[in-house]
Design a protein around this ligand. Structure first.
Ligand code: NAD
Ligand code: UD1
Length: 351
């Protein structure tokens, strides 16, 4: 298929592009570079051996999107969103504008140009504080902050479009906790400053960029008192996107959890990271972080049945790949521009 990957210059999108190209798909990346980088695009080209086309543009710019989509696409994969929960509480309008208004513009542009398949990045954040684990897709949905609320609204919008237009099909993929990096060490998560998520923060402590990890609470009702999450390797997520595209050939609207089905505590992540890196990770127990919940892990059985997909990589492998990326790029993409950079094209222009 010819696929427009919105947000393809970011963490998960860049890994998905490599997987898509390996499966024989043609990829065009559309990204406003608010968080992604052209270095990621160059690394996609380097890893896949294909000169990947990149358009710098914003998904809220419907005219630019229509210009690109009218070149003829079979599907869109939509990663383009702002994703930091704490930031969303400070800037709710920014989050609704970027995420929700952006998705409306994208859906309108798809309708105007006759593109009928969409794979959408959602999040386990839509479950809020779950009643029970493992979480199935039909569990109650509870938006507890503007970020997760924006994801819920976007999910609903996509479902409504599917209901109104039977020719339109979508896969709504609820990621649990993405982690790890490409095994080459060439691509990974670039937090652009101090990370808010656990795995990149632990990587920076191991690398000496942060002096210690702050463990947010050790009084949760979990096996060691720290929060438990379902970490999933970004390569497994990438693989699921290629399978979701195949599923959309059959039509329909599918909501799928993407997780391993297994939870690890903060201290278990620290221990696994110490094991693979050989570095000590100093930590200090501090207050719980507002908005955190005790335990979140997926029941991924629907994805297994529907996509024929299950996660291949375990926590040790996630830590090993995250550590390789961290070691090769101590300050993210900025610090290891080992290949020639490609200048960004103006909005709407391919190169
Ligand atoms: P990321 O920030 O690395 O990538 C997002 C990309 O989208 C960036 O390259 C950014 O420049 C681009 N973008 C943002 N707004 C845009 C806009 N208006 N127009 C064009 N491009 C825009 O994030 P990621 O971790 O790769 O996340 C990808 C998707 O997965 C997001 O939708 C996110 O909400 C979702 N998700 C991420 C996680 C996680 O922990 N990483 C968990 C669950 C869901
Ligand atoms: C967080 C966001 C969620 C978002 C997701 C992906 C919150 C409350 N939730 O999920 O909305 O979808 O990231 O971006 O922000 N931890 C520490 N110290 C740290 C960082 C994390 O102890 O420095 C702990 C947390 O308390 C949690 C676990 O590590 O128990 C995982 O945290 P994190 O990686 O931030 O993911 P989530 O909280 O699951």
């Amino acid at each position: 298929m010819r696929v427009l990957v919105c947000g393809g210059a970011g963490f998960i999108g860049s890994h998905a592009c490599v997987a898509l190209i390996a499966q024989g798909h043609e990829v065009v990346i559309y990204d406003n570079l608010s968080h992604g980088t052209t270095s990621a695009v160059d690394h996609i080209s380097q890893l896949s051996g294909v000169d990947v086309r990149f358009v710098q543009g914003d998904i809220r710019d419907r005219t630019a999107l229509e210009a690109v989509l009218s070149m003829g696409f079979d599907a869109v994969i939509h990663f383009a969103a702002l994703k930091i929960m704490s930031e969303s509480c400070r800037f709710p309008l920014l989050y609704f504008d970027n995420n929700v208004a952006g998705t409306i513009a994208l859906l309108q542009a798809m309708q105007a140009t006759g593109v009928q398949r969409l794979v959408f990045s959602s999040s386990a954040a839509v479950y809020g504080d779950p009643d029970a684990v493992p979480i199935k897709e039909d569990a109650p949905l509870r938006a507890c902050n503007p970020y997760s609320h924006s994801k819920l609204v976007m999910e609903r919008l996509i479902e409504e479009v599917c209901e109104a237009r039977p020719s339109f099909s979508a896969a709504i993929l609820r990621y649990f906790n993405p982690a790890g990096a490409h095994p080459s060490g060439l691509m990974g998560e670039d937090p652009c400053g101090v990370p808010t998520n656990l795995m990149p923060y632990v990587s920076q402590v191991a690398a000496g960029l942060q002096d210690r990890l702050h463990v947010f609470g050790d009084d949760y009702p979990t096996r060691d008192g720290t929060g438990v999450r379902d970490y999933i390797h970004v390569m497994d997520l990438a693989d699921a996107h290629t399978k979701a595209l195949e599923l959309l050939r059959q039509g329909g609207c599918h909501v799928l959890n993407l997780g391993t089905g297994r939870g690890y505590s903060v201290l278990e992540v620290v221990s696994a990271f110490e094991q693979v890196s050989g570095c000590r990770i100093p930590f200090e127990i501090v207050e719980r972080r507002p908005g955190d919940v005790a335990e979140v892990w997926a029941d991924p059985s629907r994805a297994e049945q529907t996509l024929g997909w299950h996660a291949q990589y375990d926590l040790v492998r996630m830590c090993a790949d995250a550590w390789r990326w961290q070691s090769m790029h101590p300050n993210g993409y900025q610090s290891a521009q080992v290949i020639e950079l490609r200048p960004a094209a103006p909005s709407g222009g391919l190169h």
